[in-house]
Design a protein around this ligand. Sequence first.
Ligand SMILES: [Zn+2]
Length: 338
Amino acid sequence: MTMSDDDLARLDDRLDRLVNLDIGNRGVEHLYEAARDREGRPLVGAAAERLLAVPEGGTVVLTTGSVSRAWITPEIGENDGPSGAAAIARALVLARNVTCVVLAEEALLQPIGAVMTTAGLTCTDIETARAASADCSLATVVMQAYPTDDAAGAAVANTMLDDLKPDLLFSTERVGRNEKGIYHNMGGRDYGMGRARVDLLFDEAIARGLPVVAVGDGGNEIGMARVRDAVIAHVPFGDTCTCGCGGGIVAVTGADVLVTAACSNWGCTAIAAAMAARAGDARLLHTPEAEGRLLDCMVANGLINSTHGIVDDNVDGIARASHVAIAELCRSIVARVL
Ligand SMILES: [Zn+2]
């Protein structure tokens, strides 16, 4: 079925507005307005087109995962981020046979890898992933650790980009440092301990002119520099943190396209729907059935609901049924063109 650009823009706009409905009452609507204004068009459509512009057999670096209680232990991750990243990686593999390389803390590779597997991707090494991509016969993902200290994180950025030669970088729910080099949670607290310095690699990629698509829901994530003024104006601790570093929580790392959402996973669900609509391929959807499986997987692998500090499927403190419903509504919005 062919669609006019106006038709597509209307679908994109519905997806945008759905996933930016601030159910968690976290103030995302201000960030959405700023990002939408900056983009000049619906956010999810812009993101989907960047992702689908990756060439057949190309390479994408993805990052997600947040060590949520870093000041207690750097080994516990949260459940906003991984399922959304898995939905995007899966869509990239199905649409373009992309080799996806996911960067995270060593401690989080196992749980995030389990989420990728549940989404349909076999975790493997880079050589096998490239062979699978060339053969178009196996959906894979590469889980790779990124250094957790500033010096090593900066040192490997260039060589990693030289080695992987990514066509695009994608981040969802991955905190970036502020202008003082500190990583803050939404409470304005320094929680950089044991955190992979992936934002340093993204900065290097941006300096090289590589396209970056980022998803966030708070203001402290990679990509949020694109709406810096709005974070400072509207997000608690946007201008002044509580750690004493003298900065606010807004990340210094930007993006070519920033997708805001009330929960980062929803932003990814909506992007996958916008990709499916463009490709005319329902396989690219992140379905409510898949969302349910990924929520179960994240619980089974100990990823926490970071709002309540407990292992359950109420991501960001929002009830499970809402996450499944968002996937259903995204599918419904694009169903008529699939
Ligand atoms: Zn601070």
